[in-house]
Design a protein around this ligand. Structure first.
Ligand SMILES: O=C(O)CCC(=O)C(=O)O
Length: 274
């Protein structure tokens, strides 16, 4: 199995949807021109990460943004893991990630399952559930390389969800995310490394770049972590495309040498299941 080339677009998101789409279009084209098989966008790449904007920027499927992603995937012959956008469905709004194959076909749709409702003293307060609804499905889909799992930002803090994706066969987990300047420095690296290591997968985390003019200051530091738990590529906080190569033989090697998934004591765990 050959290498999989990945391009993560750590883009700056601003207040104007059409300029966000233009920016995404340019960066996707550049990542494709540089040979990426998978191009990955960050969480809420067409909309500022603030509750008040989610209903205003929301689209029903298929809308302007998803049509653009599907068309680009087909035109450029690449997989696009389309970060996330606010999705409107039946009067509810979801934080949703759409993925497209090389023919522009929708192959994955993940609605964020764990909403970011937190209040850290002296740090950050955010309540996504003021505007967003919970998604209820684990998202793993087939590609020509392997199965890929997709979740969104706060979802990555829940080892149960990541484990379900690994058990469903995911060898790569991709998480569009936007940690902040309170939780990013404290928890970003340890979380991405732990989830890669727990599940012996390549773990790809894609953030927007940091913009101190907004109320929400994204941490940046998009990265690719190996199944051994090593960060093999990492961006700083500025806008950029981060490139990396994944080798599925490494997933097989790590799982063979250190068979964590096989050594699980499900006979005992099941006794404690509620
Ligand atoms: O978990 C965190 O610290 C950040 C989560 C977040 O920003 C999000 O889910 O959008």
């Amino acid at each position: 199995m050959g290498k999989i080339r990945v391009g993560i677009c750590q883009m700056r998101v601003d207040l104007d949807k059409s300029s966000n789409l233009k920016k995404a279009d340019n960066m996707i084209r550049e990542a494709a021109a540089n040979g990426s098989d998978f191009v990955v966008l960050p969480e809420m790449f067409n909309c500022p990460y603030e509750n008040k904007y989610f209903p205003i920027f929301a689209e029903t499927y298929s809308g302007e943004t998803t049509r653009m992603l599907s068309n680009l995937a087909k035109e450029l012959g690449i997989y696009i893991i389309g970060g996330s956008i606010p999705e409107e469905d039946n009067g509810s709004i979801y934080n949703t990630s759409y993925s497209f194959d090389r023919g522009g076909k929708l192959i994955g749709k993940h609605r964020k399952m764990h909403l970011f409702d937190i209040d850290v003293e002296g740090g950050i307060r955010f309540k996504e559930s003021d505007t967003l609804e919970y998604g209820n499905n684990v998202t793993v889909f087939d590609t020509e390389f392997c199965k890929v799992g997709v979740a969104i930002c706060y979802d990555m803090r829940f080892p149960e969800l990541m484990r379900l994706m690994a058990l469903a066969g995911a060898e790569i987990i991709i998480v569009p995310a936007a940690f902040n300047m309170t939780t990013g420095p404290a928890h970003w690296h340890i979380t991405v490394r732990a989830r890669a290591l727990d599940n012996q997968v390549y773990f790809i985390a894609a953030s927007p770049s940091r913009d101190l003019d907004f109320t929400y200051h994204a941490y940046g530091h998009s990265c690719i972590v190996s199944p051994w738990g090593e960060i093999i590529k990492e961006a700083e906080e500025k806008e950029c495309i981060l490139y990396g190569e994944l080798d599925l033989d490494v997933v097989e090697k790590v799982r063979r040498e250190l068979p964590l998934l096989k050594h699980r004591r499900t006979d005992i765990y099941d006794v404690y299941k509620k």
